[in-house]
Design a protein. Sequence first.
Lengths: 207, 207
Amino acid sequence: MSVDTESPVRLPHLDENGRAALFTEARTANAFTAEPVPDETLRAIWELAQWPPTAANTQPLRVTYVRSEQGKERLLPLMAEGNRPKVESAPAVALLAVDLDFHTHADRTFPIRPGFRESLDGQGREGREQMATFNATLQIGYFLLAARAHGLATGPMAGFDAEAVTAEFTPGGRYRTLLVVNLGHPAEDAWFDRLPRLETDEVLTFA
Amino acid sequence: MSVDTESPVRLPHLDENGRAALFTEARTANAFTAEPVPDETLRAIWELAQWPPTAANTQPLRVTYVRSEQGKERLLPLMAEGNRPKVESAPAVALLAVDLDFHTHADRTFPIRPGFRESLDGQGREGREQMATFNATLQIGYFLLAARAHGLATGPMAGFDAEAVTAEFTPGGRYRTLLVVNLGHPAEDAWFDRLPRLETDEVLTFA
């Protein structure tokens, strides 16, 4: 092999155990044991999830961890009825929201493009919404795998009153709740049967 | 510890090497060596990325891998000028698009909710767009980490003419391109300095 095609940097692969923990064996859990998830673990999930990329380092995801009785009582009536028993059984629930004013941090987070903050400021929340939501949603993908990396089962739920959850936990117009995720240790009957994935050739095209 | 708080299932953690490969040490690459990425690796990335969850198992992400000279020539003029040298150096480029007609697979992918496909069909592409884009974007998060799991550096790019890329590679109105991602082995000068992340307390709230 010539020097031209030899990579000067060899990146590591994820081993079989790691693939199983995050991808191939991990499953969405629908019931949890009473074993608590310490706040240090909830912080550590974020400290892992923060690293993968966002456009122009915008990092628009914000997380509210609900784990007190009072917090659960505020959240439960805003969830779809079918999701309430799952939320009740989860020792911690993450409310994942986008910060539409993410640009206020841009002088610090993206100093390499002067005028970036001012340009986003001029767009208003509506103008920033697509960029913010796209990048916050990427971060939700990272967050789910980071929670699994800490040995937790995740239970993402789209069935909730998003406007009501936002108004209750992050009011004022700056935030929009995108997803609610149960976190904890799976109960014995936590899993449904795995649903089928599309055939690879239904997803991939080569050009 | 009582039986009540003892979890019957202990999930694995991701070890330090795995965290480094996917999260803490991995970096966005801006230049690549000429070492090719075999089609089998490109398929294997998808076969890992397919597993984490989407709402109602919708799986709306579609991937076009561009790695031929002809494919690169069709793509290059549609990229922002600053991204062209990166695309030129990458041995493979993934065009990540959402399939707004994802529901056509629903009888097979989500058989547990009869009438789901019909209900989505009635909404039209515009009505399905938010659900489709949110879940495809989650899958892009999984995809980026799955590419890293295979020892590749990723270079996601938002700077391109999305309508033109869609029209060139996946025309007809069914697809929308969301992100273009370079894949390959990093050249020696592949990385910028790491940009700062927000403080954990700027992101997390506890309730």
